[in-house]
Design a protein around this ligand. Structure first.
Ligand code: BT5
Length: 309
């Protein structure tokens, strides 16, 4: 957000302030204050003017300024009402050299899951992609998917929804998928050049608009309408902090995983692995105890089976 606008909001968040006071404190003209206030109103902030001066009455429900205002980590937000795919846009920004940008949209018209599957993204969801340039080997990339899953579960905690992680990239409530993650990257000489971590959360989404081929849910269906701004801020904050401490990600993941201890069937490019999921290993390898020994699974679609008799 434009710096002066942020300063004006910070001032008004604590108490009302008059135009002349703001102008004086910020070292700008009264006309400039007025212009910034108008710009903030245009982006959805309700700022009344009364005898005490400007009063911040409400913050917009969603959008770039709404999410940036009060966000405690250094991500810049690019917001769209509607876009084909936030991951595609973030890849474009990666090509242009950007970093620490979050592409956020209310609707996606061509949202994507893994293996180019469709990700249905109606209005009311939280569809976002975080573009980062971590200085890590390409081998480490999968750990960022785990970090995103942990951050998502942590962000959902305050809604009262009890969410858990299904290896590698699903966030479930009960057995129903409420969020999915798609990480894409480009690397050079064994170094990550950029990473785009796409996270889709069925927030205020009517489940009638979601695919029915498997269990799905939305936060709205579980608890009623949620505050998308607060969830997005908590998600970004948690993700930023986790990516600074890659060694802690696995520990956090284990505490939220619902896959560990389950009997699973993982469909991998090399065939099916069936057995008990016993642990996760850096950077995201699932350890499955099968009848013929322990297998290390790096990619695949995982299905939870009933416990072995
Ligand atoms: C995923 O793929 O779970 C990754 C989803 C990532 C979506 C985000 S949204 C922001 C960013 N921009 C993008 O274009 N993508 C990312 P996968 O594990 O392959 O699961 C895909 C499958 O989930 C589909 O084949 C459907 O069966 C199901 N599905 C589609 N839309 C869904 C939804 N909204 N909620 C739950 N399940 C869905």
């Amino acid at each position: 957000m434009q710096k002066t606008r942020e300063q004006i909001l910070e001032r008004l968040a604590s108490e009302p302030a008059t135009g002349p006071n703001l102008a004086n404190d910020l070292g700008i003209s009264r006309a400039a204050v007025w212009k910034h206030v108008e710009a903030l109103r245009d982006s959805g902030f309700v700022i009344a003017s009364d005898d005490d001066g400007y009063v911040l009455e409400s913050v917009p429900e969603f959008g770039a300024d709404a999410v940036e205002f009060g966000l405690d980590v250094p991500f810049e937000i690019e917001y769209h009402e509607r876009i084909e795919s936030t991951n595609a846009r973030a890849r474009e920004l990666a090509g242009a050299g950007d970093e620490n940008v979050v592409v956020l949209s209310d609707t996606q018209t061509g949202g994507r899951g893994r293996l180019d599957r469709e990700w249905v993204s109606p209005s009311g969801g939280i569809w976002l992609s975080v573009l980062i340039r971590p200085t890590v080997p390409t081998f480490d990339a999968p750990v960022f998917t785990l970090a995103a899953a942990v951050a998502t579960v942590q962000a959902l905690e305050e809604t009262g929804v009890d969410a858990g992680i299904k290896w590698p990239n699903d966030v479930l409530v009960g057995n129903r998928k409420v969020a999915g993650i798609l990480t894409e990257m480009e690397g050079e000489a064994d170094r990550v050049s950029w990473l785009v971590v796409g996270i889709g959360i069925n927030a205020n989404v009517d489940i009638g608009k979601l695919p029915t081929d498997r269990g799905v849910t939305s936060l709205e269906a579980e608890t009623g309408p949620v505050d998308r701004r607060a969830i997005t801020q908590r998600l970004l904050s948690a993700f930023y902090q986790l990516q600074q401490r890659p060694d802690d990600i696995l520990t956090a993941w284990r505490t939220h995983a619902v896959t560990l201890g389950q009997r699973v069937r993982v469909t991998t490019p090399d065939g099916e692995v069936v057995g008990n999921a016993v642990d996760i290993e850096y950077p995201g390898v699932l350890l499955v105890e099968t009848e013929t020994g322990r297998e290390r699974v790096t990619v695949g679609d995982c299905e939870h089976l009933r416990p072995a008799a």
